[in-house]
Design a protein around this ligand. Structure first.
Ligand code: AVJ
Length: 326
């Protein structure tokens, strides 16, 4: 049976080809790599939610604390009759904290690739904010996307919590911030959550939780490739690695092959040496000054960020500089 015939019926075929192309290219590269955005199928999105509830994973809890404590001050950056555009939304808990403090916002536009989660969260928000227009956009926020026509007359504000920006290489983060500025328009605010550099042990624990949820999240990528691309990864022959690379200021996640082995995928055979890894994620950690410099370089005015007492996490309000003054 050809591999594609085994694709589960709920999978969108137009997206399978991009996934297939990226996975094949990544597995044929040296070193092997797969883009982190592919973690988030439905199972992966649910596993990520469980990671955020582990005692070791501080970012979500810390950011929620900052948002709760400073919602009023953050909300003052959002204009009257604004459309709040959230990039890579996932769970809507953080947006709802902002929206409760910002009644001047009239529309909420979550942009996400994880379709089921997107629509489920949109329904929750419609129930909580009956007067708010909730207009989900199914898109990869790294690519240019259409802003829905009903939003054309509204001012725009951006929201990018969770330190998802840490998944980009710093130069990609800069390009992303510049493009987001184009989508949001001159003078627009952009609220961005950033995970900060800290003690290695704290970082290590956050990505190696004792209950093994992060390991399951990482390995789920192989389960997804088996299911959607008809591959034959033996999940028990790979293990989760997460380490802090201090020189590059990033957590790296890998899937390490525990032995020499071959895997079949879409008519190709991929060989693994014992110990060889697939690099599945980078999660960059910034200092307050390095992130401010990055955002400034990408055309934004940087206001002093809100942080927690341990300075584990920062929430920035960026405001787009008009192009003329650059
Ligand atoms: C969603 C990208 C912010 O980098 O901490 C959590 C993803 N990976 N545990 C992060 C993740 C492993 C998370 N981001």
């Amino acid at each position: 049976m050809p591999a594609l015939a085994r694709v589960a019926p709920r999978v969108d075929l137009s997206k399978v080809s991009a996934f297939a192309a990226d996975v094949l290219a990544g597995l044929k590269a040296e070193p092997k790599t797969i883009p982190a955005k592919y973690f988030y199928d439905t199972a992966g999105s649910l596993l990520f939610e469980r990671i955020t509830q582990t005692p070791e994973y501080y970012p979500t809890r810390t950011e929620l604390g900052i948002l709760n404590q400073h919602a009023g001050s953050i909300a003052r950056f959002l204009p009257e009759h604004a459309a709040l555009i959230e990039f890579g939304s996932g769970s809507s808990t953080k947006a709802s904290i902002l929206l409760r403090a910002a009644p001047q916002v009239t529309a909420y536009v979550p942009v996400d690739i994880s379709t089921e989660v997107l629509h489920h969260e949109a329904d929750l928000l419609r129930r909580e904010f009956p007067k708010l227009q909730v207009i989900p956009v199914e898109a990869d926020f790294c690519q240019p996307f259409e802003v829905p026509p009903p939003l054309a007359p509204l001012k725009r504000a951006g929201f990018f919590p969770g330190s998802t920006i840490g998944n980009f290489e710093p130069h990609e983060a800069s390009t992303f911030l510049r493009n987001a500025g184009r989508i949001l328009g001159p003078g627009a605010p952009f609220i961005v959550g950033v995970d900060l550099v800290k003690d290695r042990a704290v970082l290590h624990a956050a990505y190696n939780d004792a209950a093994g949820i992060t390991a399951k999240f990482n390995l789920n990528l192989l389960t997804r490739i088996n299911r959607e691309l008809g591959a034959n990864f033996n999940i028990r022959c790979f293990e989760h690695h997460a380490l802090f690379n201090r020189e590059r200021s990033r957590i790296e996640m890998h899937l390490a092959s525990i032995k020499r082995q071959k895997v079949r995928i879409l008519g190709d055979t991929i060989e693994f040496r014992a110990g060889e890894t697939i690099h599945t994620e980078n999660s960059y950690k910034y200092s307050l000054s390095s992130f401010a410099a990055l955002a400034r370089g990408a055309g934004w005015t940087v206001h002093s960020p809100w942080t927690d007492p341990d300075k584990y996490f920062a929430v920035y309000a960026l405001v787009q500089r008009p192009a003329a003054t650059e």
